[in-house]
Each structure stands twice: as C-alpha cells, then as structure tokens.
Design a protein around this ligand. Sequence first.
Ligand SMILES: Cc1cc2nc3c(=O)[nH]c(=O)nc-3n(C[C@H](O)[C@H](O)[C@H](O)COP(=O)(O)OP(=O)(O)OC[C@H]3O[C@@H](n4cnc5c(N)ncnc54)[C@H](O)[C@@H]3O)c2cc1C
Length: 416
Amino acid sequence: MRYSALSLLLNGLTGNRNWAPAWREPEPKSHYDVVIVGGGGHGLATAYYLAKVFGVRNVAVLEKGYLGSGNIGRNTTIIRSNYLLPGNNPFYELSMKLWEGLEQDFNFNAMVSQRGVLNLYHSDAQQDAYTRRGNAMRLHGVDAELLDREAVRAKLPFLDFDNARFPIQGGLLQRRGGTVRHDAVAWGYARGADSHGVDVIQHCEVTGIRREGGRAVGVETTRGFIGCNKLALAAAGHSSQVAAMAGLKLPLESHVLQAFVSEGLKPFIDCVVTFGAGHFYVSQSDKGGLVFGGDIDGYNSYAQRGNLATVEHVAEAGKAMIPALSRVRVLRSWGGVMDMSMDGSPIIDRVHLDNLYLNSGWCYGGFKATPASGYCFAHLIARDEPHETAREMRLDRFARGYLIDEKGQGAQPNLH
Ligand SMILES: Cc1cc2nc3c(=O)[nH]c(=O)nc-3n(C[C@H](O)[C@H](O)[C@H](O)COP(=O)(O)OP(=O)(O)OC[C@H]3O[C@@H](n4cnc5c(N)ncnc54)[C@H](O)[C@@H]3O)c2cc1C
C-alpha cells in the first residue's frame, strides 16, 4: 500500500478499517542469501538498501525483541553532520543527504525536521576549536555558521549568557541538522524492506553462530537453525556478545546512556542546542516536551536504565545553561546500551570469517548515521568492497594505530 493524501482521505472516510499492516510477520525460512542479526535502525536500513539498491532480496532481519525496542527507539533523535575528521565527515554528510530524501524514498512520514543544531562555546579556545571545525565542514561542502553572542541571544534569549563560570560567547550552527522521529525510522525501513521481499522476523534471538571451514553457515536461534550465504551483525549495544558467538573479541565496551523528557510546554526552543562547558543537550518535541540528555553513565552495563549520579549531573549542566529549567517537571527517563568503541568511531567491515560482516561501535551517535550506515554496510555485503565514505571504518585500525579520534581524547570509550 502506498501512503498518500488520497489514501489518508479514503481510509479516514471508511473508519480507518482498511489499512494494510505495514509489514508481514513471516515464518523464518531454512536458508537466506543474507541474514542480518539485529532489527534496529542499522539492521533494517541495511536490509532496505540491500534489497532496493543492490538487488539482494533473499534477506532476513532477525530481531530478538520487537522492532524499536533497542536504541533506535531510545535515542534523542538528533541528526547532524558537523564532523571534523576526513574519516568521518563524508560519511555523516552522506547520511544527512539520505535523511533529506528519506521520507519520499521509503514513502513514510519520519518527521524529518531540519531545525538546526547549535553548539555553544564559552571561551576563546573553544571558539578557535569550533571555527576550525566549521572550516573543515565547509571545506567538505557541509553547511556551518559561526554565531557570535548577540546572534545566539537573538535566537535563544533565555540562555544564561552571563553565567559567572560559563559565559556564552557564541555558537557553531549547522542549519541542516535537526531531529527525526526515531521509531518512525525503524518502521519506515521495516516497511520498505518488507515491500522489497525482505523477511523481518521479530522475537527471534540469535543464540549461536555455526561455523564450518572458516565460514559462517548460519545461526542458531530461538526459532531454530537458519542457514545463510552471508552473515551480517548489527546488534549495537550487544555487538560484543553476538561477535563472541563467532569467536571474535571486539574493542568495544557497553555503557548505559540515559535520556529524559519533560512535561509538555509551549514552543520555546526551535533548534537543538548543546552546552559547551558540560555534557547537556536539549530540543523540544512536537508535543512540547523537552527532550534532553548528557553523558554516559561511567560503568559497563547491559541494563537499559541508568543511575542517579548522572541524572544529577545532567540537571546541573542543564540549569547552568537554561536557569528556567529548574521549574520544569521531568516526565520520563530511560536508558540504552551503547557499543562504545575505543576512539568513539564506528566499525563497518568484513571480519575474520570469509562471509561475516560487522557493523558496530556507534557509541551515542549512531542514530544520525542510520541511513549511511545501512547504505554502506549493504554496499560492503553485496559487493565485498567498502563504500568510499566508509573506507576508514575498519576493525584493524585499532591494531594499526590509525584511530578516527574525532574528540582527540585518546583510546578510552568513556571519554568519547
Ligand atoms: C538515550 C540515548 C540517546 C541517544 N541519542 C542519540 C542522538 O540524539 N543522535 C544519534 O545520532 N544517536 C543517538 N543515540 C545512539 C543511537 O541510538 C545508537 O547509536 C543507534 O541507534 C544504534 O544502532 P541501532 O539503531 O541499529 O541499534 P538498536 O536499535 O539497539 O538495534 C540493535 C538490535 O539488535 C538486537 N539484538 C541484540 N542481540 C541480538 C541477538 N542475539 N539476536 C537478535 N537480535 C539481537 C537488539 O534487540 C536491538 O533491537 C542515543 C542512544 C541512547 C540510548
């Protein structure tokens, strides 16, 4: 079924009883050309582009829970391509371009909203760093504007410009950045992949990887053995566990990241804004809730909930940036499990078995990467050749010492 204004009208007039399900609920087949482990944003996008762009349609996506139960449905929905390093910038800009055409491409309303992402700076040194980043972006053809203090004040007058410790001097703005409704991205890709023949199989946990002669021949699952010619792992926060089933130890740590949403307020923040003197960022959803978050909880965990010390830290940083936040009531908070890599950058690579492909290490920035990650991973799986924008996202960079250390913080996951 194609969604359109006409289909909306006709279904509205018939009591909304005739909508077709957005995707099928197929029984797993005994064998596929490609099996993808993980029905998050990245796994579903990979399946979609494999089928639509590369013509590989005999594909299954195996998801242990329901679609959207992982980080794709837990993130704070921010998209941007304001990266500094050549190993990252073209990739994230490809993602931004795919976001810009995504809703027309998969015929689904994902509420892509290019409302702008503004990173505040609070010192001369930070201004220099943001100027450098903005220049690098512009050299790569990405939009970037450096705003002075008065330009920021005109946009967001309620910020604490004269905070004695963290006075706001200006900000780096990417106008094409913004937000996208996260779970609609999972649904849109699932529906798109399904319409090209992909089997999206929910409640099917992979419990083992069967290997023969240097190849993965299939996966053991809670719904039986499923064979495959190629096996692709896209399990995000559980990447280390799934890769271990194939005898692979990854340079990743799993950490919790929390997010928060407030009661609904009248519109007052019309972009995404990040604090430069601590870890805090906020945007306002279409329902009026402030959606905000901060740093990861500083310990390894697979629990999808966080700890109070980080809640306090986020509240402090938020209040230092927007004093009025102290009067806002928080409605909900939740956590997701991050696959933190040693340099903060992802891995898209073919690994130690001939037909095993790995997509992981997204840390807390993988939502914005979803379209490019799916596209580049599909390219790698279909052609056994990395896509030109993802060439540096190799697993062996950690052994070779060629890190993509965007933050320049060194090889420590908790610092990225
Ligand atoms: C609170 C929070 C805020 C964030 N904010 C942002 C943001 O604003 N912008 C941004 O760019 N990024 C953000 N992120 C990061 C982003 O959400 C992740 O990097 C990205 O979603 C990870 O890729 P995914 O969508 O494929 O992951 P997931 O949705 O987690 O998909 C992985 C899937 O694999 C499944 N799985 C795991 N093990 C198995 C198994 N054995 N068998 C079968 N299935 C399995 C899981 O159930 C899961 O559904 C945020 C994350 C969190 C938690």
